[in-house]
Design a protein around this ligand. Structure first.
Ligand SMILES: NC(=O)c1ccc[n+]([C@@H]2O[C@H](COP(=O)([O-])OP(=O)(O)OC[C@H]3O[C@@H](n4cnc5c(N)ncnc54)[C@H](OP(=O)(O)O)[C@@H]3O)[C@@H](O)[C@H]2O)c1
Length: 421
């Protein structure tokens, strides 16, 4: 595997505390879990950052309140009727925020030369177009939207290289690894480990069903799946955590971000979620990053790196914590993790196909049309049916994504079991 430098461009060097003008940031997915945590960190550090743009899909109430508070220059909504409603309310309130419309509104924000930093916090494949556009024009991208790296790992990293963009991981595991890597932020370029790194260790909480049998999982409800023991997150990633597909997506994301082979990425279940991930070195050292289960820490780190800023997060009390536990993931009860590893090894479009199937399966589960254990069945079935030809363009990715979604829906309609009562 070739070496890919995570950070490019000298503009990172001017992000230090010596700068005088504010850095302008666009928050994509501002109404979601990551989006609202980002705005919380930005508010605490308002002397350093200016919120220049906000985007959402349908949640007009929340983004309207955010616009009044942060007075961004631009806003955009995925759904046109929501954009029209937001524009109407903002005009009535005398707010100068301009609501961009049209299918390319988000991309226009991503490439706006006045915006230096892009928080990519849209959920799912929908986050890819603005993230890719930001990469092509050399922005500093704070990457929460793991699906875009899973689906378009090669295209996105190439675009960042060519455009001189930097991608700073926000996902807590990848941000932890980033903090534990040597300064080069490389893992395994040709010719052996870089900086003495021998492997990456992603930690997993195990989710709400860690101790359930397969039989018990047949009858879990949506509310139970959304009730993560440690983290408060949006619905899609909460279900992904419950199936452990989230950890599978993270293995793929880590492989592309840090340019490291799948075989060198370990997963260990750590139910307390205090260690966010680790890096092993060839001399036997293991570096770990610890923190509360609060996304404001990795968000603040990604925003300010190489500086540190206030995040509003309580320090860990080790005495109260007492002990930490570790166990191996159970691939029989959580088959999605192995599916993701298989897709990564297959390469080409396989990770994108798996992601598309999973987005459909999770949505169908959330809407009560399939049971929890059917998610893995849908994912496995769709992955088996697709060729893994490498997507050469964004158009290839879109058409692969659409076909895999249609295939998943057909399978659900004809073969997946009916929802549990
Ligand atoms: N939450 C976490 O702790 C966490 C941790 C690590 C990584 N991540 C990743 O971060 C991303 C966001 O997760 P989240 O938990 O914040 O999700 P979330 O709470 O569901 O929020 C998703 C955001 O994306 C917007 N959105 C949804 N569909 C869209 C579309 N088609 N076009 C434009 N905008 C759209 C939503 O707008 P509306 O509100 O209007 O629907 C909302 O602002 C995901 O990729 C997730 O895997 C999350």
């Amino acid at each position: 595997m070739g070496c890919w430098l995570l950070f490019h461009g000298s503009h990172l060097l001017c992000c230090g505390s010596s700068m005088t003008s504010k850095e302008s940031i666009a928050v994509f997915g501002s109404t979601g879990s990551i989006g609202t945590s980002t705005l919380d960190v930005l508010e605490r550090n308002h002397t350093r950052y200016k919120v220049a743009a906000l985007t959402a899909n349908t949640d007009v109430d929340t983004i309207f309140a955010q616009c009044l508070k942060f007075q961004p220059s631009y806003a955009a909504m995925g759904v046109p009727s929501a954009a029209a409603e937001l524009a109407r309310r903002l005009a009535q309130a005398g707010c100068a925020t301009q609501v961009l419309d049209g299918p390319d509104a988000m991309t226009r924000i991503a490439v706006n030369p006045d915006i230096a930093i892009v928080m990519a916090a849209i959920v799912g494949f929908a986050g890819l177009p603005p993230t890719l556009a930001a990469a092509q024009c050399g922005k500093r991208i704070l990457l929460a939207n793991k699906e875009s790296m899973v689906v378009a790992g090669d295209l996105l990293t190439q675009a960042a290289k060519q455009g001189g963009a930097s991608i700073v991981p926000v996902d807590s595991e990848h941000n932890a690894i980033f903090q534990c890597l040597p300064e080069s932020n490389r893992c395994s370029p040709d010719g052996g480990p870089q900086g003495g790194v021998s492997s990456l260790v992603l930690t997993a909480s195990g989710g709400p069903f860690r101790q359930l049998s397969l039989e018990q999982m047949q009858s879990v409800s949506v509310d139970q799946a959304l009730n993560h023991p440690n983290w408060s997150m949006g619905p899609k990633i909460s279900v992904d955590s419950a199936t452990m597909m989230n950890k599978g997506l993270e293995v793929i994301e880590a492989s592309y971000l840090f340019d490291i082979d799948e075989s060198l990425i370990e997963v260990v279940v750590h139910p307390e979620s205090f260690i966010h991930s680790m890096v092993r070195y060839i001399d036997g050292s293991v570096l770990a990053q610890l923190g509360q289960a609060d996304m404001r820490t990795p968000i603040a780190h990604a925003l300010a790196w190489p500086d540190r800023i206030e995040a509003g997060v309580e320090p860990i009390d080790f005495i109260r914590l007492g002990s930490m536990h570790f166990e191996a993931p159970d691939h029989t009860r959580f088959p999605c993790l192995a599916l993701a590893r298989r897709a990564l090894k297959m390469g080409g479009s396989a990770p994108g196909v798996l992601n598309a199937a999973n987005e459909i399966a999770v949505q169908e589960f959330l809407e009560g049309r399939i049971g929890f254990v059917d998610i893995a069945k849908v994912n496995s079935h769709v992955l088996q049916q697709f060729e893994s030809a490498a997507p050469e363009s964004v158009e290839d990715l879109f058409s692969m994504d659409q076909s895999a979604r249609k295939f998943a829906l057909d399978y659900i309609e004809h073969e997946a079991s009916k929802p549990v009562a």
